[in-house]
Design a protein around this ligand. Structure first.
Ligand code: URA
Length: 214
């Protein structure tokens, strides 16, 4: 569904998504179960984010008849992971869209200028013919997501969407200000951002919880 006051935000409120998200939020969830739940959630969210993919008619032979059937049209979709937590979403979305291509973008925040600085950028070829889904579990300040999207727009892709697990009003505001054309797909919009840039109530540091690096 699209939220009425923020038409670019698609809240994925399927009961399975909400149930798994609640299990992930619990502080006692182990690294193993956090990662497994993120994988399952990513599969479910992949259905929503790919719902409007272009289709084409193809003629095929079943064992009984020839028929005209539907297949996905166009160049392969690209999932772009914002390092490192975005990688936690890749396995799940790729199990649903196995032919997709994958790009990676790494950004860090310069402590003096507070600007996002790119340290890694590797994309498939022919990006101008492709649709992109940028993945990162947490859309918090929105600064890295916005910087990643600004960089990706230089490649002139056909479209860009953003897929996350959790966001908050601050992250949505940043994206709406800088990239109002990019639809956000999320399982929840939490209350607020803390002074330290964490989503509240949230689920803590997604990267640490995925990789067990706390
Ligand atoms: N990144 C995280 O991993 N968690 C937050 O709450 C915010 C940003």
């Amino acid at each position: 569904m699209s939220t009425p006051d923020a038409p670019q935000v698609h809240l994925i409120d399927h009961p399975l998504v909400q149930h798994k998200l609640t299990l992930m939020r619990k502080k006692e969830a182990s690294t193993n179960s956090f990662r497994r739940l993120l994988n399952e959630l990513s599969m479910l969210m992949a259905y929503e984010v790919t719902r409007d993919m272009a289709m084409q008619d193809v003629v095929i032979d079943t064992p009984l008849e020839t028929m005209t059937a539907k297949m996905i049209d166009g160049k392969k979709l690209v999932f772009v992971s914002i390092l490192r937590a975005g990688n936690g979403i890749l396995d799940g979305v790729l199990s649903v869209v196995p032919g997709a291509r994958v790009g990676h973008i790494g950004l860090y925040r310069d402590p003096k200028t507070l600007q996002a600085v790119e340290y890694y950028f590797k994309m498939p070829k022919d990006m101008e013919e492709r649709d992109i889904v940028v993945v990162d579990p947490m859309l918090a300040t929105g600064n890295s997501a916005a910087a990643a999207i600004t960089r990706l727009k230089q490649l002139k892709p056909k479209s860009i969407k953003f897929l996350c697990l959790l966001t908050c009003p601050e992250g949505i505001a940043t994206m709406h200000k800088l990239h109002p054309d990019v639809a956000i797909y999320t399982a929840a919009i939490d209350r607020q951002l803390s002074d330290h840039g964490y989503i509240l109530p949230g689920l803590g540091d997604a990267g640490d919880r995925i990789f067990g690096t706390q």
